[in-house]
Design a protein around this ligand. Structure first.
Ligand code: DQA
Length: 214
């Protein structure tokens, strides 16, 4: 009988006694399911776990069926102007070009990317929170929020997945206000001053971190 039908008592104002189907799931149980689609997903980016054959299952089939979660690559304010914004500092490669480069590099490791940019702090925080369930790690160029945002620091702190900070320029060789990074305080690694290539280095590092897990 469907759960709703077994709750006929609710309609008559009486609560039906709680059955096993009504039990509040524990957090680990909740994490095992993608709330939107109701399909099992990994709690962390347990790459090896997701690609380990089930007992008795043929290896090739198992490896094909279970895909690792994507790497979230998030870009902060004014990075949408890359290519034309102070090219002597940030280079001439545009953000969409970087997006294509990282997707190709991730693919070479059997990984995928979610590549996004926002000028808004809250939007970046929402995406970091999304990555808790749907991503296997975050590569973040927080732009100027890097140096100011305790809110992004807090969001990253609750992520519990690998974090790599990237900057096209080398903030330490620039104005003093760029020397402090709230992101560095929670990042596994930091890549600065390599231009667009830094994003590729970050994907390489992330792939190593992900595959080293579990
Ligand atoms: C930047 C460095 C930041 O200091 C600056 O505010 C940016 C870009 C970089 O990629 O070099 O917007 O994050």
């Amino acid at each position: 009988m469907p759960i709703s039908a077994s709750r006929g008592g609710l309609r008559s104002g009486r609560k039906a006694p709680l059955g096993p189907a009504d039990r509040v799931p524990t957090l680990p149980e909740v994490n095992k399911f993608d709330a939107g689609r109701g399909v099992p997903v990994a709690t962390a980016c347990d790459y090896k776990e997701r690609n380990r054959p089930l007992p008795g299952a043929p290896l090739a089939k198992s490896a094909k069926q279970i895909k690792p979660l994507p790497i979230y690559i998030l870009n902060g304010p004014t990075l949408n102007l890359l290519g034309t914004r102070e090219p002597e500092i940030y280079g001439r490669t545009t953000l969409p070009e970087i997006g294509r480069m990282v997707a190709a590099r991730a693919k070479s490791h059997g990984l995928t990317t979610v590549f996004r940019q926002s000028n808004h702090e809250g939007q970046l925080i929402d995406w970091i929170q999304e990555a808790r369930m749907k991503g296997c790690g975050v590569i973040l160029n927080g732009g100027a929020y890097t140096h100011t945002s305790i809110a992004i620091y807090d969001a990253l702190k609750s992520l519990d997945k690998p974090i790599i900070e990237v900057h096209l320029s080398n903030p330490h060789a620039r104005e003093r206000f760029r020397h402090r990074s709230f992101v560095s305080m929670v990042a596994n690694g930091v890549i600065v001053g390599l231009g667009a290539q830094g994003y590729l280095a970050a994907v390489e590092a992330m792939a190593t971190l992900i595959k080293g897990q579990s």
